[in-house]
Design a protein around this ligand. Structure first.
Ligand code: GRF
Length: 204
């Protein structure tokens, strides 16, 4: 049974998908808190509506990293909520110590591209501009890099000729809302083995 803490900076649609999937029993776990580095992020409102503790934690002056005192505060709060597994859902900072080391091997992220293609921001736009025919999302463990950790699973969607950045992003997000609970199901049922960069899914 995973006790999941979710970290996000924005809308929180993946947070919602995970909360809903947990309620439907799609994986063995529950969401015990949401943390945001953005005070008015909608993810916190979603948490309050779902009756899940939510907290804004100021992560300091660097807008791109969660490090130092900010990272420490997140660790403290997550410990207080008995979190044993962290899910990044639209968290717009690179995770540094002590948060990274505290949850090393116990923290995953979702990225809106088929990594290693198009890491970083607005990946759906990068994909469209590049002219790829297949896009998708990637669930991966979090390491010290940006969107570089071992890949748990990927889901593909076709790019269609008339796609706009908005339409492609919306379809990728739909895929994300299925992929994240799927990954949590694999992890919570003990079927995920990580060896270096390789993640092996053990059969039922
Ligand atoms: C998702 O597209 C995710 O891939 C990326 O940030 C977005 C977060 O969306 N890392 P939401 O806040 O879950 O709606």
């Amino acid at each position: 049974m995973l006790n999941i803490g979710v970290l996000g900076s924005g809308n929180g649609s993946n947070f919602q998908a995970i909360v809903d999937a947990a309620k439907r029993g799609e994986f063995e776990g529950r969401v015990c808190c949401a943390v945001s580095d953005v005070a008015d992020a909608y993810i916190l409102e979603r948490a309050s509506k779902a009756g899940i503790p939510g907290r804004h934690i100021d992560c300091g002056p660097s807008k791109s990293k969660a490090e130092g005192v900010g990272a420490e505060k997140i660790v403290e709060y997550m410990r207080g909520c008995d979190v044993d597994f962290v899910v990044l859902a639209g968290f717009m900072r690179i995770v540094k110590d002590p948060l990274l080391s505290e949850f090393s091997g116990r923290m995953i992220n979702i990225h809106p591209s088929l990594l290693p293609a198009f890491p970083g921001l607005a990946s759906w736009k990068q994909a469209l501009e590049y002219g790829v025919k297949v896009a998708g999302c990637t669930v991966h463990y979090v390491d010290a890099g940006m969107d570089t950790g071992p890949i748990v699973l990927q889901r593909c969607i076709p790019v269609i000729d008339d796609d706009t950045p908005e339409s492609l992003h919306a379809r990728i997000q739909k895929a994300e809302h299925v992929a994240y609970p799927e990954a949590l199901n694999l992890i919570s049922s003990g079927r995920v083995e990580v060896a270096g960069r390789k993640v092996r899914i053990v059969k039922d």
